[in-house]
Design a protein around this ligand. Structure first.
Ligand code: GDG
Length: 710
């Protein structure tokens, strides 16, 4: 079964006397999904548009029944939920920030808490209905936490998420106090869609910087899954808009049309200034042009919207007062919303359509205008900061903050030749016809259904359950535990020097090496000296520099490997890169060199890393050195030692009857493959040859401690 989840159901519910009246809302999503309903039935879950405390229990029950007939399930939200979650966190924090209005972005803990609670309310409703193998498609910024909530309880669920508004650049997104939770919420999905590649890029950049994940083209390996992120520009039902016949207009005026919801992101005051500029510089159009300014009421209870309305009305009055005459009004202003059907004749009579938002996720009105004006005789003036401008490059594209550019574009549109209008219209129509709303829905759902099949790294399918280690452990008389250090015994720190062992690590190691017959080894890329400083007083095997030195529990140390003639040259090269890459640092060890770039800007790393590797490879061809990639680190080391050889040497000495190895990065894979009979555990994300897996250092520690529980 397919489930569509959105803040609002595609109906507005009204109580008229004792009757429940459903009015279908004809948004792009509702019409688009209508098209797939026949081939793929689905259920819709969302808020029905009426607060739970404003409706009697018996009416709520009847509403349930009425909606059930429409394959819809209501989520009960109280007036307080709507105030704090909808008007609060969704529309006073996420909405302004995503549209680049930092000064309007409010961040309060109580609205955030309401956002968390309402996402849970949606989750609770879904839990009562969905099956583990269903497909769920979550819509928009009001429900960014829902994918992760679903994933925790239903690991096999196919989860898609589509973000209808812009995803802001990292510089803005980073200012959110709960940015981490929001990103982690979205990453519960298998497929995350945006309208444009710019939003994909912004999202990826935030994920890489805030969650320190690596991207591979359009995918992110995350918690043993692969999350795909891509652009799916939303289309319209072209057929619906273009099938209405155009009736020849009677008006003597050239008509300029503007249709928006009341919102500061729509750039209405700037548009009016642009129109004023046009009137000022083109007196020849006075008396025969008319701007029809239609604004649909929206979020009126919010102060900033009320102020915007006053500002717009003041400007309209000013322009009409200044340029109008007894027989001519430059602007006709309507503050009302209309059913979509009524918009079509308006679109058809407009010679120029002004769509100049300061920011807009997509803007479907621009596409609807082109489809309705199918005679090709209209001109679209479109903001370059609307998502739609990526596809509609033949529109007259303007910077919506540039009042003069808007004025000039109006003049250009009104004087454009008919053949030029048709040429532009034809090119845009071809595109919007192909990528219509049916294509958008089908394409997204198809990608989602293939996603989990392609994903061969699903932990639950490839790793064995940890409990399978227990029988062998119970029989063990001479166990050996082998651990990598960074990322395995302790979470990775931003700077290598910050990774001091904690009391908890010492206690765990003490417990594991507590009986005379058990041994513990730490096998690390870190310098042997550093390991001795931290663990020298404990009876452990310490293999430093990938096994160049191995110290036994009695304190005897053996050295392996060859001289490092290349060290000076590599240092010189890396020092040059370090100067060019703020945040990078070089760790010089007796057995090699590590170049850390965890604190560097990810885009810079993406460009420079290939260059560094290429330079090192060139040097490698002339000498004997090994280049290895760890977690945000390039290691250059002696090829005659590695962690695989080190663990074999330790096993030879101990002769254990049970070996458990845990490690987190690529260098640890050598330990896993060196001892095929060992119980190998991979810590964290990404693929591995280990047999078992834990999500985190914390989980490994918990598992190891559990071995000693009676
Ligand atoms: C979000 C993003 C993105 C019907 N009556 C009126 C009216 N309609 C219909 C239009 C059109 C839709 O509403 C408005 O289109 P938008 O593109 O602005 O969509 P929203 O749902 O408001 O916004 C936006 C969209 O999601 C889809 O992903 O494009 O960027 O913010 O279908 O026919 N529209 C207006 N007045 C009416 O009286 N303005």
């Amino acid at each position: 079964m397919l489930w569509i989840i959105s803040n609002r159901l595609p109906f507005s519910v009204q109580l008229q006397e004792d009757n429940i009246v459903l009015k279908p809302s004809v948004g792009g999503l509702a019409t688009g999904l209508h098209a797939v309903h026949d081939s793929q039935p689905f259920q819709w879950v969302g808020w029905p548009g009426i607060a739970r405390d404003k409706i009697k229990d018996s009416d709520w029950d009847s509403l349930h029944d009425v909606l059930a007939k429409k394959a819809a399930i209501p989520v009960a939200l109280t007036s307080q939920d709507i105030e704090r979650y909808y008007h609060g966190y969704a529309n006073s924090t996420l909405w302004p920030l995503s549209h680049y209005f930092l000064e309007k972005t409010k961040q309060y803990e109580d609205t955030w808490q309401a956002y968390v609670d309402v996402n849970k309310k949606f989750f609770d409703v879904l839990c009562r209905h969905i099956q583990p193998n269903d497909t769920v498609w979550v819509h928009d910024y009001q429900l960014m936490l829902l994918p992760a909530l679903l994933r925790q309880t239903f690991p096999q669920l196919k989860i898609g998420y589509f973000h209808h508004i812009p995803f802001p650049s990292f510089e803005l997104f980073r200012t959110l106090t709960h940015k981490k939770e929001l990103l982690e919420g979205l990453l519960g999905a298998d497929l995350i869609g945006f309208h444009t590649y710019d939003y994909v890029r912004h999202f990826m950049s935030s994920v890489m910087r805030i969650l320190q994940l690596d991207r591979h083209l359009f995918t992110l390996p995350y918690q043993q899954r692969t999350v795909t992120v891509d652009a799916f520009p939303m289309g319209i039902d072209v057929q619906h808009f273009s099938s209405t016949k155009i009736t020849p207009k009677k008006s003597i005026y050239k008509m300029i049309l503007s249709i928006d919801r009341l919102d500061y992101s729509k750039g209405i005051p700037e548009r009016l200034l642009g129109y004023e500029h046009f009137l000022q510089h083109h007196p020849e159009f006075h008396g025969n042009v008319n701007l029809k300014l239609m604004i649909a009421p929206s979020r009126e209870v919010m102060d900033s919207y009320d102020q915007l309305k006053s500002l717009i009305e003041q400007k309209v009055a000013e322009i009409n007062g200044k340029y109008g005459s007894q027989s001519w009004m430059p602007i006709w202003y309507l503050y009302q919303s209309f059913p979509q059907e009524d918009l079509i004749p308006l679109y058809q009579s407009a010679d120029v359509m002004l769509v100049t938002p300061l920011r807009d996720g997509m803007n479907l009105v621009a596409k609807e205008y082109l489809a309705s004006r199918h005679d090709g005789k209209g001109v679209l003036v479109l903001s370059e900061t609307a998502g739609a401008s990526h596809e509609l490059s033949e529109a007259l594209r303007i910077n919506p903050f540039d009042v003069e550019a808007i004025g000039n574009a109006i003049a250009e549109a009104l004087t454009m030749t008919e053949s030029e209008k048709k040429r532009r219209h034809h090119a845009m129509m071809q595109r919007i016809q192909r990528t219509n709303v049916h294509y958008w829905v089908v394409n997204f759902l198809e990608r989602l259904s293939h996603q989990r099949i392609d994903d061969s790294s699903i932990a639950t399918l490839t790793f064995r359950p940890l409990k399978e280690i227990i029988p062998a452990w119970k029989k063990a008389r001479k166990p050996l535990f082998i651990f990598d250090y960074d990322g395995t015994l302790l979470p990775i720190q931003s700077r290598p020097d910050d990774a001091q062992p904690t009391q908890k690590v010492y206690e765990l190691l003490k417990r594991l090496s507590g009986t005379p017959s058990s041994s513990v080894a730490i096998v690390s890329g870190r310098d042997g000296k550093q390991l001795k400083q931290w663990f020298g007083h404990r009876p452990l095997f310490l293999a430093g520099n990938h096994g160049r030195t191995i110290r036994d529990p009695q304190g005897h140390e053996e050295k392996f490997g060859s001289p490092l003639p290349w060290k000076k040259d590599v240092l010189r090269i890396l020092q040059r890169y370090m100067d060019e890459m703020p945040g990078s640092l070089i760790e010089e060890k007796t057995g090699g060199i590590a170049f850390h770039y965890r604190l560097c800007e990810p885009d810079m790393v993406a460009i420079r890393k290939g260059d560094i590797l290429h330079t090192l490879e060139t040097l490698k061809s002339r000498t004997t050195m090994q280049i290895m990639l760890g977690h945000k680190v390039i290691e250059i080391k002696d090829p005659s030692v590695d962690k695989g050889l080190a663990v074999r040497r330790i096993v030879e000495k101990v002769q254990p009857d049970f070996v458990l190895i845990a490690g987190d990065d690529e260098t640890d894979e050598l330990m896993f493959s060196a001892l095929p009979n060992a119980h190998t555990i991979h810590v964290g994300q990404g693929k591995s040859h280990a047999t078992y897996h834990v999500d985190s250092v914390e989980d490994l520690s918990t598992f190891l401690s559990s071995l000693f529980l009676k």
